[in-house]
Write a protein that binds this ligand. Structure first.
Ligand code: C2E
Ligand code: CA
Ligand code: CA
Ligand code: CA
Length: 274
């Protein structure tokens, strides 16, 4: 306590708080203090389960359960995002395969990859290895990446997305409409889904501008033969609107929140038999 466990020149002048959090996060990564929660994704028209999104959390010794927005940026700046990302990928595949073996959750799991991870890692090679090692079939894994990721490093991005497509791993554009607004990547790369950012969904149906934006994104997706997913769906009015717009898939607290493994399993058990 109070003593530095390691020292590098770039840490000089850093607030002790940041160093301590980094140290704790490093411990968490290597001592199993991360966990995945899962949020169901459903078909709007039928309510049928079509997927689970894996969302990482950190069981912090003092602060309890900490969300990714509070530690992914730290992880990225401290070289910890690679081990975290590897753990997330492997754990999501392992868990889904375990549920499959129980006859549960015969739907894909979606894993989030930040731009830094996508750039730094041989994502396609790693995914191929993890699928092989866990025995999960490739059609049961999806990756979610943002527009920002798609706008960088065209050669690497193309090669990675083509490799994923060849493997049968689907790719979703996350937070669609909030990044750099070039649409060229939509025709340049093999993509599968557009996920309407929850900031556009939140004030529908009351806010006419937001309704117009969601309508346009759903239509754009349809004309490019991509599926559209609305995130952050909280009310039945939103679900009704999405259905009338022809948005295929939805996710949000109004359908089901992200849940820990135990609650996800109970939720899956309570589903009507397919
Ligand atoms: P995201 O990919 O856009 O994930 C959706 C976020 O919205 C999640 O926050 C989820 O809990 C929250 N959410 C779901 N339904 C609703 C709703 O109805 N209303 C509202 N207001 N929020 C809702 P979370 O889990 O805190 O994750 C935040 C972000 O952290 C994610 O945004 C994603 O970009 C990133 N993230 C999560 N897990 C990972 C991971 O394993 N690796 C990386 N690189 N990033 C991750
Ligand atoms: Ca996501
Ligand atoms: Ca999102
Ligand atoms: Ca986000």
């Amino acid at each position: 306590r109070g003593t530095r466990l390691f020292y590098t020149p770039d840490m000089e002048g850093q607030p002790a708080e940041v160093l301590q959090q980094e140290h704790l996060l490093r411990e968490a990564v290597f001592h199993d203090a991360l966990e995945l929660h899962y949020q169901p994704q459903v078909q709007v028209a039928s309510g049928r389960l079509v997927g689970l999104e894996a969302l990482v959390r950190w069981r912090h010794p003092q602060r309890g359960l900490v969300g990714p927005d509070d530690f992914i940026p730290l992880a990225e700046s401290r070289g910890l995002i690679t081990p975290i990302g590897r753990w997330v990928l492997r754990e999501a595949c392992r868990q889904l395969k375990a549920w499959h073996n129980e006859g549960l959750a015969l739907v894909p799991v979606a894993v989030n990859l930040s731009a830094i991870e996508f750039r730094q890692r041989d994502v396609a090679g790693e995914i191929a290895r993890v699928l092989q090692e866990t025995g999960l079939e490739p059609q049961y894994l999806e990756v979610e990446i943002t527009e920002t990721t798609l706008m960088q490093h065209a050669e690497h991005t193309r090669a990675t997305l083509q490799a994923l497509q060849a493997m049968g791993v689907a790719v979703t554009v996350d937070d669609f409409g909030t990044g750099y607004s070039s649409l060229t990547y939509l025709k340049r790369y093999p993509l599968d889904k557009l996920k309407v950012d929850r900031s556009f969904v939140a004030d529908t149906p009351a806010d006419g501008d937001d309704v117009a934006i969601v309508t346009a994104i759903v239509q754009l997706a349809r004309s490019l033969q991509l599926q559209s997913v609305a995130e952050g769906v909280q009310t039945t009015e939103q679900l009704t609107l999405l259905q009338s717009l022809g948005c295929e898939l939805a996710q949000g607290f109004g359908i089901a929140p992200p849940m820990d493994v135990r609650r996800t399993r109970a939720w899956l058990h309570a589903l009507p038999a397919a």
